[in-house]
Write a protein of this length. Sequence first.
Length: 194
Amino acid sequence: MRVFFQNKIIAVFLLLQIALTGAAHAQGRSSEFTVKKVGVEFISTPEYQFTGTQRRSDNRDKWMEIEAEFDATPEFTDELTFKYYVQINKVVFIGEVTHVDIAAGKGLYSVMYLSPRAISRIMEGKPLTPNAIEKVSVEISKQGALVGFGSWKNEKQGWWSTLPQKPGFLRNKSETPFAPLYWSRYEAIKINNR
């Protein structure tokens, strides 16, 4: 009788472990990559000094910077793709960036931007404030499999699935005037012909 109960306890434990493992895979979670924080900032266009004709940008125009802080446990990861979802005025703006040669560590960063002109277009000339931003989330995938998720204000994964989506508005760092800045902060971006 005692052996029967021990076997039953072991069987229940194994079933519970299988169920939890299956649920983790179904959600696309991975303990290898964890999004710690998603932040939103409004920043000015950087200005550079050089010889020749100088032109100044309008520093009143702000870029929206979406930064994802994450941790990685594998010694090296060849590629990770970050997909960004930003909801403004009931429309979801999506953008994606692939990072390469990611070393294990804590406090690693990915970033995307929304330009001043895109903001003006989206907001129909009105200023964009943090209150106008409804939701912001980031998904991490590795070889097409979802391995991480994070959000700005604890949004649930998949909230964007029933809303209109617009690609082409969000820009990765290499497509902005911030490209030559902060090389030691952000993970390297994959070049298309690599």
